[in-house]
Unconditional design. Structure first.
Length: 341
């Protein structure tokens, strides 16, 4: 079976994506499509901070992978005219590493911590005083000769990113002046992103092909860009290089991404609820065992999009398949399910 992270429609970055991610990443607010409210608020914060000569207030970006959290951090640095220092929660193993990162920051720089919910409690606690008072305590020496030194830091901006707000501690969450939740993109926004990316990669694409790719990209720019690149491969081999609607459809069908942006694994998830558990409700642990996938993978990878699109619902007694799921799989919903939805 294909690993969750290797699916064509995985929202996680895959190795072959990386060079393209850099090339396709918008560097300015003007090129960043969608997320209107967040974008216009951040624009104001950057402008105000620049006028005052201060760092931008600390920003927390929440939302599923591939929606533009890293991109927004890069844009913040670019627009504020400062350096961006990128790291992630699991990469900062102890306080010393945090101190090394923080003391490297120049005035108003941005420190981007991806997966900030995965910081260790000790590191997290040290980060509190750093973001509040721009100082950090470091221990110098060992045993009875150990001394605690207080280091002053340049004022900086912490941009934290997390896919799981629920896992972030309350004290950490409260340190951010602006918590922003990124939403899945609408098809017309994704279509704009596909058209822009095609232009940057020199791919000839028709508007209806852009829309087709957008419609099957699960509201996620990273997936849209990947499906565009795969579409280009098919276009080069199957047609004269131009990506038209027919080629786009053919390539997406061959990649097993259906009209709703679901792949085999999504359909299997829904089929298990429908065929083995009469449409649910079924507990998450039972589902995890039936699908031989860890519970976390189900919750982080499969469910967000299926929930958002209304294919499944979360109830107190477990997951249920909605009527939309039944009809998507060409099955008729039992009467109990018809009453529910
Ligand atoms: P995240 O950090 O949330 O996982 P990224 O910021 O790495 O997501 O975005 C993944 C890719 O999607 C980027 O390389 C970028 O090209 C593209 N992307 C994301 N958001 C947008 C957007 N709003 N407009 C254009 N491209 C975007």
């Amino acid at each position: 079976m294909v690993e969750a992270a290797e699916r064509s429609i995985s929202a996680e970055a895959q190795e072959p994506d990386r060079p393209y991610e850099v090339a396709l990443r918008p560097a300015r607010f003007d090129d960043f499509v969608g997320q209107e409210k967040i974008r216009s608020n951040l624009r104001v914060f950057v402008e105000a901070a620049r006028r005052r000569g201060e760092p931008v207030d600390h920003v927390l970006l929440c939302g599923p992978p591939g929606l533009g959290k890293t991109t927004l951090a890069l844009i913040l640095a670019e627009e504020r005219g400062v350096h961006l220092h990128m790291t992630s929660g699991p990469a900062i193993e102890h306080k010393g590493q945090l101190a090394a990162l923080l003391t490297k920051l120049e005035p108003n720089d941005i420190l981007f911590i991806d997966e900030i919910h995965r910081l260790t409690p000790a590191v997290e606690e040290n980060l509190y005083t750093a973001v509040e008072d721009f100082r950090i305590d470091v221990v110098h020496g060992d045993g009875p000769y150990a001394q605690s030194l207080q280091l002053r830091l340049h004022p900086f901006t912490l941009v934290g990113a997390t896919t799981r707000t629920g896992l972030l501690s309350n004290p950490m969450r409260s340190r951010f002046g602006y918590p922003a939740r990124l939403e899945y993109y609408a098809p017309d926004e994704l279509s704009k992103i596909v058209t822009r990316s095609a232009g940057l990669l020199g791919i000839e694409i028709t508007p209806d092909a852009s829309q087709e790719i957008a419609a099957r990209s699960r509201g996620t720019p990273r997936i849209a860009n990947r499906l565009l690149r795969r579409g280009r491969d098919f276009a080069e081999v199957l047609s004269n290089g131009a990506l038209d609607l027919e080629t786009a459809r053919e390539s997406l069908d061959r990649l097993d991404v259906d009209r709703a942006g679901l792949d085999d694994m999504d359909r299997k998830y829904m089929r298990v609820i429908i065929e083995h558990y009469d449409g649910g409700p079924v507990g998450i642990e039972t589902l995890a065992a039936a699908l031989s996938e860890p519970r976390d993978t189900l919750e982080d990878v499969y469910e967000p999009y299926l929930l958002q699109q209304g294919f499944i619902a979360r109830t107190a007694r477990g997951r249920t398949a909605t009527r939309k799921a039944f009809s998507h799989l060409g099955k008729s919903a039992p009467s109990s399910q018809r009453d529910l939805f």
